[in-house]
Design a protein around this ligand. Structure first.
Ligand SMILES: *Cc1c(COP(=O)(O)O)cnc(C)c1O
Length: 373
């Protein structure tokens, strides 16, 4: 045994939440009995309804994953030309634009929220701009009021990448009600997972109808194909699992919130380790626990990252590198480092610490002790 190694097993940044296996068996038996495996089956229908109720939204269309949902959301609103977005996100945000032949225009972030800085959006608007795709990074609400105001002024659509925002409420209402559409991911690493999965939240039945056609090759009926849609459908197995997960989601989120509070109190006095301020008027789900390593800390961010790794703690640098620094984006005008100073700084400071419902208090203490020296 390595005595430098206080944790026996590797601790990853996240670990998917799984309910007891025996609870899932009856769902599988039902699928075997129905022999309805995909294409808007009974569990799919039930999950759409149940998620609308849980999240407090009007309409929701399930998808096989969040990336296909992003790609389809852009198609549903017939977005063309340029789309303003953030370089500080998971790469799928910008990839969904390229998959639609759109041009991402990167705009810098506010270093306090890690979200698009509304003060910098207007100067990036051109005659080709048709939409804004902001990200509620780590589940922190974007400045939704300012973004909507800008969108209204310039006649732009707003599609939120809400992959981190499942269950987040802002001013007492679902954060997913803002913008024209919001896109969720139910990937294994997210707060709420269906192994793989995703959804588009939309305000009206007509848009939901169009989205449902687009996720099924564009079929409007047996013989009518209205657009070059993709196959984005969620299967019955994933939908059934989603229904079971919903029974456990409140407990899972509460546990995450407790862990976040524990981290905050253990790190509050550590010079050079800055936790993210809790956003105002927000019910947070603690989908991530980012900390920012400044010059006052004795190690660089990457040195801390390696130190944790030596001790079997696999923290992650979300989001480093910036999307705008990746080969398929870095040649673009808006990707220039001088235009994105805050994103650059934050990407150099951030480290996301392990957070998931099964993480033990003892492990949190071990991790924070390593950070405290
Ligand atoms: C996870 C994630 C996605 C992609 O979702 P998938 O379900 O994995 O396709 C998109 N955007 C952000 C910000 C994400 O974190």
């Amino acid at each position: 045994m390595n005595k430098n190694n206080p944790t026996q097993k590797p601790v990853y940044v996240t670990q998917p939440y799984l309910p007891p296996l025996e609870e899932f068996i009856p769902y599988l038996e039902q699928i075997w009995e129905n022999k309805w495996l995909t294409n808007n089956g009974p569990f799919h229908q039930q999950l759409e309804q149940a998620l609308c109720e849980y999240l407090g939204v009007e309409h929701l269309a399930l998808f096989a994953n969040g990336t296909l949902a992003l790609v389809t959301a852009l198609q549903a609103l017939r977005i063309t030309g340029e789309v303003i977005t953030t370089p500080y996100s998971f790469v799928a945000t910008a990839h969904s634009l390229l998959w639609n032949g759109l041009t991402p225009v990167f705009v810098d972030i506010d270093p306090l929220t890690c979200n698009l800085d509304p003060d910098k959006i207007e100067q990036a608007i051109t005659p080709h701009t048709t939409a804004i795709m902001p990200v509620h990074c780590y589940g922190n609400p974007c400045n939704v009021e300012r973004i909507q105001q800008i969108a209204d002024t310039y006649g732009l659509k707003v599609i939120y990448d809400a992959a981190h925002a499942f269950g987040v409420t802002y001013k007492g209402e679902s954060l997913l009600k803002h913008g024209d559409l919001s896109v969720l991911s139910f990937h294994a690493t997210k707060v709420y997972n269906t192994f793989e999965g995703g959804a588009i939240v939309c305000p009206d039945a007509k848009t939901k109808q169009r989205i449902d056609y687009l996720k099924n090759f564009g079929f409007a009926d047996e013989v009518t194909v209205m657009a070059p849609g993709i196959n984005g459908k969620m299967s019955e197995v994933n939908a059934a699992f989603g229904l079971l997960q919903l029974k456990h989601i409140d407990a899972a989120i509460n546990r995450r919130r407790q862990i976040a509070t524990l981290y905050e109190s253990a790190l509050v006095d550590v010079k050079g380790v800055v936790c993210m301020p809790e956003p105002a008027e927000t019910y947070r789900t603690a989908s991530y626990f980012p900390v920012f390593i400044t010059e006052e800390y004795p190690l660089t961010r990457d040195e801390l990252y390696k130190k944790l790794k030596v001790h079997n703690i696999y923290a992650r640098r979300y989001f480093y590198p910036l999307i705008s620094d990746m080969p398929m984006y870095r040649g673009m005008d808006s990707a220039s480092e001088v235009k994105l100073p805050n994103a650059k700084i934050v990407a150099g400071q951030v480290i996301c610490l392990p957070i998931y419902p099964d993480l033990q208090e003892k492990q949190v203490i071990e991790i924070t002790n390593l950070i405290r020296f």
